[in-house]
Design a protein around this ligand. Structure first.
Ligand SMILES: Cc1cc2nc3c(=O)[nH]c(=O)nc-3n(C[C@H](O)[C@H](O)[C@H](O)COP(=O)(O)OP(=O)(O)OC[C@H]3O[C@@H](n4cnc5c(N)ncnc54)[C@H](O)[C@@H]3O)c2cc1C
Length: 394
């Protein structure tokens, strides 16, 4: 019997977990019919995106080649999906040489993720959005430290030793904590007074972690302050020009580097695929991740707008949501193929994890109406487990 071909577009968290789930579930789920799995990504590696801050604060490889992750049982295509021909069940893509390729599918899973929100070029600074950005950030602060070590003017040295982190979501919090550790360790190595290195986290909200209880926001702030991070609430960085930050309260500050951590935007390439998208650019799916008018095509993770049909709650754009959707998607595909009724989406429980520098972390979850908070090394262990398991690291 001809195998079923399932093409997964995007080898981020949703994509690699889908491939893993398919490898585990088939052929049993398909009544013995074999499954050909194809993973397509722009890159030849899985990017551990949630660890970008570590690549900005130190030299850490946060990529895993797909060939290492899936040494067998998966066909890998490095290319960028560009168009779906729904009636032919065919995916068109651009290969690494700029040539056009095509592949026919029975099932197509779109997991092309999102992109980071970047300020306008004239706003200066560096947005933490990819590997190149992380490298630029690392090079910038390292070069500033070297200059500071030779600088005699105290005001200029203070500026060179100050890093602004603009945007205080999870990414901003983790970036500030890790930079505080990495920059101070390097400053010390260069004979500078480590305490002179300042990391200032600018938060547009009135407190940290508005998605959770105020006391968890305070705990996070205390942990950051203990690391040497200054947290400024209710103020945004508007721009950074030649070391001068213009702030939303009309004041200005000096900083040798501004790192933007402004959150996520829908992947702009989705519109070109021809699938229906919402006004803001996410793929529209039904309660079982199907795309209307595109038989056999599903979307999960950051690139889709996923709503719990029972509560109306929209899934957040985080790893836990993306990965939590995977087992249900696999059941949906099997049910659709067998003509059975398919499961529908259900929101993931409230849980947030924060890395707070090497070996420190915090986890908050709400269970049975109770707030559960893990801190310190235990928080770190859970945080590390979530990072590793999300990227299929045992
Ligand atoms: C700096 C930063 C920090 C974050 N921190 C956290 C955190 O602490 N906790 C948390 O839960 N979430 C965090 N997030 C959000 C989290 O990264 C996303 O929710 C998660 O990556 C979503 O997984 P995904 O598989 O949907 O998309 P992604 O992980 O973005 O993967 C998408 C994949 O698709 C590929 N791709 C894109 N377009 C195409 C195309 N046309 N053709 C082929 N391949 C394509 C990309 O190369 C990529 O490999 C963070 C995000 C950023 C940017």
């Amino acid at each position: 019997m001809k195998p079923i071909t399932c093409v997964v577009v995007g080898g981020g968290y949703a994509g690699v977990n889908t491939v893993k789930g398919l490898l585990k579930a088939y052929p049993e789920e398909a009544g013995g019919r074999s499954l050909r799995i194809v993973l397509m990504d722009k890159n030849a590696y899985h990017l551990r995106k949630v660890l970008l801050f570590r690549a900005a604060a130190g030299e850490e490889d946060i990529t895993i080649p797909f060939s290492k992750m899936f040494p067998e049982g998966v066909q890998l295509i490095q290319g960028e999906a560009t168009e779906i021909e729904a009636s032919e069940k065919r995916l068109i893509y651009m290969d690494t040489q700029g040539g056009e390729g095509e592949i026919e599918y029975d099932w197509l899973v779109l997991a092309a993720g999102s992109v980071v929100r970047r300020p306008e070029p004239e706003q200066g600074g560096i947005a933490l959005g990819g590997l190149d950005d992380a490298k630029h950030i690392r090079e910038a602060w390292q070069s500033n430290l070297l200059r500071a070590a030779k600088e005699n003017d105290p005001a200029e040295r203070e500026k060179l030793l100050t890093i602004a982190v603009a945007g205080a979501g999870i990414s901003g919090i983790e970036t500030a904590a890790e930079l505080a550790h990495g920059v101070r360790a390097d400053a010390k190595r260069l004979g500078l007074n480590a305490g002179e290195a300042r990391i200032v986290l600018y938060n547009a909200n009135k407190r940290l972690f508005p998605d959770g209880p105020a006391k968890v926001g305070s705990k996070l702030e205390n942990a950051l302050v203990a690391k040497g991070v200054t947290v400024r609430h209710g103020v945004k960085v508007l721009s950074e020009r030649q070391g001068t930050l213009t702030l939303s309260d009309g004041s200005s500050e000096q900083a040798g580097l501004c790192v933007w951590t402004l959150g996520l935007l829908p992947n702009p390439g989705l519109r070109e695929l021809g699938v229906p998208v919402t006004a803001d650019g996410h793929i529209e799916v039904d309660g079982s991740y199907r795309i209307a008018g595109f038989p056999g095509v599903y979307a999960i993770g950051d690139n889709a707008r996923i709503v719990d049909p029972e509560t109306g709650r929209i899934d957040g754009k985080t790893c836990k949501e993306a990965i939590g959707q995977v087992p249900r998607l696999i059941k949906v595909m099997a049910a659709d193929a067998a003509g059975r009724s398919a499961p529908v989406h259900k929101s993931y429980m409230d849980v947030f994890c924060f890395g707070l520098g090497p070996e420190q972390g915090m986890v908050w979850t709400r269970q049975w109406g109770l707030d559960i908070v893990l801190t310190g090394k235990l928080g770190w262990k859970v945080r590390k487990y979530t990072w590793d398991s999300a990227s299929l690291i045992k």
